[in-house]
Write a protein that binds this ligand. Structure first.
Ligand code: ZN
Length: 141
């Protein structure tokens, strides 16, 4: 499955301390009418809520970290899910002892400092649909 897009706009910005990363990025994406795109960012969080998808149970296992961590790498994409724009984001976070944790990003991950880029793409956006085979909401043909 492959689609071709044209580059539309590139945004660079930051979110303030205390803002939820998913909420803040979703607001920017909606305000700018972005339906297909690439998201990246670095910074730090005061808490994180991330998920690991267990392919055996086909369910997410959730992790809550209530500590300051660096966002070494946050990246993801924008597509459509349930008729609405949906940013799908993953992050690698590092702790004080320099060990790293990471996973699928959920609401409940709070900014200490965050700088991001969003690349908006022109073309037919992918639409997510539940896939019985994997238990995930994947892009449909
Ligand atoms: Zn994910």
């Amino acid at each position: 499955m492959l689609r071709e897009y044209k580059l539309k706009d590139i945004y660079q910005g930051s979110l303030k301390k205390g803002v939820d990363i998913i909420g803040g990025l979703t607001q920017v994406i909606k305000e700018r009418g972005i339906t297909a795109g690439i998201v990246s960012g670095i910074g730090a969080v005061t808490e994180a809520h991330i998920g690991y998808f267990n392919a055996q149970t086909k369910e997410y296992e959730e992790g809550h970290f209530r500590e300051n961590m660096e966002i070494l790498s946050l990246r993801g994409n924008v597509s459509i899910k349930d008729g609405d724009v949906f940013p799908h984001l993953h992050a690698v976070l590092s702790k004080r002892d320099f060990s790293a944790v990471g996973g699928h990003l959920y609401a409940g991950t709070t900014v200490y400092a965050f700088e991001f880029e969003i690349i908006s793409m022109d073309g037919e956006p992918f639409v997510r649909q539940f896939d019985n085979n994997t238990g995930l909401h994947l892009w449909k043909e």
